[in-house]
Design a protein around this ligand. Structure first.
Ligand SMILES: C[S@@+](CC[C@H](N)C(=O)[O-])C[C@H]1O[C@@H](n2cnc3c(N)ncnc32)[C@H](O)[C@@H]1O
Length: 243
């Protein structure tokens, strides 16, 4: 309601100003005057709204002052920045953001070895798997690593009250898996061979890698768990040092 009113006031003032043959500076000043007077007459209580209108007037004036080509470039840059913040370097990793289902979480829970002390989600997205597991197993330490800023922030927020859960922002290829008992990955076919080399080089024999949907080429899993969804999701479970 408040937003609608702001847009209406700004819109009416700008329509009026743009219909007059005024320079940018005079137009902007007149627009600010119109908006502030409207607010004073219409709603005396909302002082904070006046500052928002002032900022909006300045922003609109600045936008009108820049050439259309620069404008388009700025919007392109903005869209690129937003996509990068949400999806990270998808072009390099070839791993998009999609999330494990609730059913997959339940199956993961059943795959948890009794002796597990450290469980890692490589590319933890918005942290939903981490939070699900960490809230059920307070005696186990959970670690998530995520390279994209928005999912990472979301994961931190989601896990903020879970003492046994840490969410790192960074590249999964740079973290050591030496102390992990189980690593979970829901990535894509592209990095599976490299991931297999990494887990074998760093993890102890008898520990586990569980991959959602994507098998390691030419390696036989110790177990395949059918999650039982319409997408026919499967968890490929590899016991290291034994495959
Ligand atoms: C398919 S999503 C899975 C999210 C979560 N694990 C789940 O199961 O719901 C894969 C995630 O891995 C992240 N990712 C891809 N490459 C990565 C890398 N090199 N380092 C850290 N995270 C990465 C992506 O940003 C994305 O959020």
């Amino acid at each position: 309601m408040r937003l609608l009113r702001m847009v209406m006031i700004q819109g009416m003032a700008w329509l009026l100003v743009l219909s007059m043959p005024l320079g940018l500076l005079t137009g902007t000043l007149l627009q600010i005057l119109l908006v502030q007077t409207t607010l004073m007459v219409w709603d005396k209580k909302e002082k904070s709204e006046r500052w928002m209108h002032l900022a909006l007037s300045g922003l609109l004036a600045w936008q009108l002052s820049i050439p259309a080509s620069v404008h388009a470039a700025l919007y392109d840059a903005l869209i690129f920045a937003v996509l990068w913040l949400i999806f990270g370097a998808v072009d390099q990793d070839r791993v998009p953001l999609y999330l494990s289902s609730r059913l997959a979480c339940e199956c993961l829970e059943q795959q948890l070895p009794a002796s597990a002390k450290i469980w890692v989600d490589l590319g933890c997205g918005n942290g939903q798997v981490l939070a699900w597991m960490a809230s059920r197993y307070p005696g186990i330490s959970f670690l998530g690593v995520e390279q994209a800023w928005v999912p990472w922030l979301w994961a931190c927020w989601r896990c903020r009250q879970l003492q046994n859960c840490t969410v790192l922002r960074g590249n999964l290829w740079n973290i050591s898996l030496a102390s992990a008992d189980v690593v979970y990955a829901f990535l894509s076919p592209a990095p599976m061979t490299a991931l297999w080399h990494k887990v074998n080089a760093e993890m102890r024999p008898g520990t586990w890698m569980v991959s959602n949907s994507f098998a390691v080429p030419d390696v036989k899993p110790a177990q395949i768990v059918d999650v039982g969804q319409t997408l026919q999701t499967r968890l490929f479970c590899y016991e290291l040092g034994r495959s």
